[in-house]
Design a protein around this ligand. Sequence first.
Ligand code: ADP
Length: 499
Amino acid sequence: MESVKLVDGNIKTMIALNNKNLYKTDCYINGEWHAAKNGHAIVINNPFSKEVIGTVPDMEAADCVEAIDAAHSAFQEWKKYTAADRAQILRKWYELQIENLEDLAKILTIEQGKPLAEAKGEIRYGASFVEWFAEEAKRIYGDVIPGHGRDKRITVIKQPIGVVGAITPWNFPNAMITRKVSPALAAGCTVVIKPSELTPLSALALAELADQAGFPKGVLNIITTSDASAIGKELTGNPKVKKISFTGSTKVGKILLKQSADSVKKVSLELGGNAPFIVFDDADIDAAVKGAIASKFRNAGQTCVCSNRIFAQEAIYDEFVEKLVKAVAALKLGDGLETGVNIGPLIGAKALAFVENVVEDARSNGAVILTGGKVSLVNDLIYEPTVITNPNTGMKVFREEIFGPVAPIFKFETEEEVIEMANDTPYGLASYFYGRDYARIWRVAEALEYGMVGINTGMISTTVAPFGGIKQSGFGREGSKYGIDDFVNIKYMCWGGVD
Ligand code: ADP
C-alpha cells in the first residue's frame, strides 16, 4: 500500500459506473466529504490488473477525533428518534443499495478481486441486514418483571449504547459494514467506521447512499487510513466511544480487546476460524462435494467461515477425493469481472506468500498435492485451487487459517476421533458436516465446539441467524433477533411505594 501527498487533488481515475456519485475519494464525516487534514492519501489498486483505481484520504487520529465528536453530538438527537423514523431511513438506505446493486458489486470486484457474481451476492447479503434491522428497530422490547415486594414493580428498558467504533476487513468490504452498522443505527447508536485500507471504496459508496437515504449528519461517519493502529487506539481510548465492533484477525482482535479494557468498553469480536468440514460414510457424497466447493473456494478461500480442514471417513475417502478433484478442475480462474470466473486473485502478495508457505510445509512433510499447489499462469496473485491428501495434524494446513483455495483432506475412522481432531484448535467459528444418521447428527452438532454448525450444507450465512464464534474466534452475535443486543444497555427501574 502506498501513501502519497496529494498535490493536484486526487489522482485522476474513475471506475465506469452507472451512478457516478458512488465513486468517492473523500471521507464522510459529520455529513460532509473531507480529505485528510494532513493532505495525504492512500493509493488503491485493483488486485487483478494492478491498475490504480483511486485514492482515499490517509487520515490520522485528529480526523478520527472529529468523526467521534460528530457521532457523539449526533447521538444526542438520533437516540430520541422514534423507532419508526429510524426504520424509515434504514429502509431507504436498503432500497438505494438494491437500486445500485450493479455498481456496488462492480466497485467491490475491482477493489477486492472476487468474481462479480459473488460480489452481487455480497451486496444482496449486505443489504439484507439493513432491511432486517430496519424492521427490528421497532422490536427493541423491554420487560415487566413481577416485583420482589408488595409495593415493588420492576420494568426493564433497552437503551442505545452510544457511539460505536466499527473496524472491518477487506474480504467482505460491504457486508461486514452493514452487518455491524445496521443494528447499531437501528438501536439508536451512531457510528464511526474504519474500513480496511485495501477496500475503502465500497465503504465510501455506502456512505454516499446513507447520505442520500437521509441520515442526519454525524450519525454515520467513515474514516480511511493507512495507520490502522493509530485509529484503533483513538477509537478504543476515546471515552466518547462506548462500543467497539470488530471483524478481522484474532491477533488484532486481542489488541483491541486489551486497549478497550482501560475505559471498559463493550466489545464484540468476529475473529479468525479454522473450520472443520466432516464427511461421514453415510453422507450424500455428491452433495458433500458441492458443499465443500462452496464453503472452501468462495472468495478464493478468503472467508473466516471457509472450511479449512476437510475430514472424510475411511470408507468414502477415495470416492470423495476423486469427485472433489474433478469439481476443482472445473473452476475457472481469472478477472472477477469476466463472466463465469470462479476464482479471482488473492488480496495481495503477502496473502499469496502465506498460502505458498502453508502448501510447501505440507509438501515437504509428506503430503501429496493432487492438483494445484502453485501460482497460476493466469495472474500472479491467483493461486491454483489445490487438493492435498495424506496431510497430518502437525502440518500448517491443520493448525493455521489458510485463507486461500487449498483443501487438505484428512482421513478418519471413528466419530470420536474426528470430533477430537475437529475441536483441536483455539478457534470456534464455523463448522460443517455431512451425514444421514439422525442420532449421530445430533451428537456431532452438540459436540462441535463452534458457534455455527452447517449440517448437510456448506452455506450457512444468513441475516436471520446469529453469526458469531466461541473460543478465540470471538464473542458477540451479528444478524438475527440477537444482533441488536450488542448495541443496547439494559436498564431496570425498580418502582417502590406502589401500595
Ligand atoms: P486481515 O488479516 O484479514 O487483514 P486484520 O485484523 O489485519 O485482518 O484487519 C482487519 C481490520 O483491522 C482492517 O480494517 C485493518 O486495517 C484493521 N487493523 C489492523 N491492525 C489494527 C490495529 N492495530 N488497530 C486497529 N485496527 C487494525
